[in-house]
Design a protein around this ligand. Sequence first.
Ligand SMILES: [Zn+2]
Length: 82
Amino acid sequence: MVEIAVRRQDKAKCGICGRPLDRPDDPLSLDCGGDCWGCIGEIEGDPEDGYPPAIRKVQREIALGLRPPFACLRPTGGPDED
Ligand SMILES: [Zn+2]
């Protein structure tokens, strides 16, 4: 019940993960049409199927530690994956 009440009070949350959108302290909370960049970036930043600009942005965010690496896309992980 508490969670529902909070959601109704917030003006904007990601439709996928529920992250509050457009928070200045959260670079992945950028509003991408109702979903956060954190979620959209996982789709558009897909190294195989995404858009090159988004892929570069996502890779930079991963390098900076802003975004966790794609576990599903990089099953081996590790710093020497390339
Ligand atoms: Zn999200």
